[in-house]
Design a binder for this molecule. Sequence first.
Ligand code: PLP
Length: 367
Amino acid sequence: MPGNGYFDHNATTPICAAAREAWIETSERMWHNSSSLYREAGMAKLRLEDLREELADALGIDEPERVIFTSGATEANNAVMRYFENVAISEIEHPCVRETAHALSILPVSETTGVVELEMVEALFLTKEELSLISVMAANNETGSIQPWQEIGVKCREAGVLFHCDAAQWFGKMDELESFGESCDFVTGSAHKFGGPKGVGFLTIPEDFDPDFALASGGPQEHQRRAGTEDLPGIAAMMAAFREKRLEPNSGLRDQFETDLAEKIEGVKFVGQAGQRLWNTSMFVVPRESNLKWLVRLSRAGFSVSTGSACSAGKGNPSHVMEAMGLDFDSMSRVIRVSSGHDTTADDWSALLGALVECDREFLSLE
Ligand code: PLP
């Protein structure tokens, strides 16, 4: 049995010790409604605003009120997409962007790197005068492909178009967080992707943005942007996880795994390998049998992997990301995604490799 066979961190992560402690401490000591007027409520309000300031600071944002705490990335992305009429999104956005956007244009990605090309963004400015917003994620949840969000942000500024960046897969995995404030107008994050609890996240909005923009109405919370009693324990836990998880990216273990896998399983193909990817993600097409068969066998052996994103996995239809990467229907049914965490060791990766090789041997023997 492996030490840690969980390789689905892009779907969600286990809550880390610091987040759990912060959640318990805040629930026990600061459970009062921060909108009430007595002393304890005031303390809760102060804590909330401190946490907002801390997050704004980390993002390179001078005005903390530009940060809205939300229930996660879906709510945040939905709100932005519903608000704007004429937007351009990349071909590989998460369904919560893709299915909500009033998309005027779709930016394609390169089939080898999985990355949006800057020239395509520039071309948009020339041809789409009515464009109000561009949305490109920081890193893709399925392939791990890192997008040129800083550069796109700069180009949007120059063109006077707003820029939204879904950073749900970037936060807690990668650095350069201050660049978000510099280059993005809207930024989305989600706590459960980096060791925080589920059901908490954030959205940043531009300074002095339309006062009518609100994620929920009926109360003054979140500086009038999202009514409803704030989840202070969840927010404190998210920030505790955030403090813990800002490590330097190191893709060495993943890279070694891919080299070994290519050597041991003939015909395995990696998706998006030619581009820059998150250090923890590997997506590959196995040479035989459906990915579900692999998944079931791996699960029995103690390894949790994915057949794509959690969202498309349950639906049984091909992922738009795989389509964008030029995979044919047959290859799509053989795609496996593995995504590690900060605690995944070299031994865990070797054990996963061993289990994959074992599966392949078993399938080969049945042919
Ligand atoms: N955006 C991306 C890139 C994601 O990977 C996810 C999670 O799968 C989401 C948005 C949705 O996040 P949440 O679960 O916080 O709603």
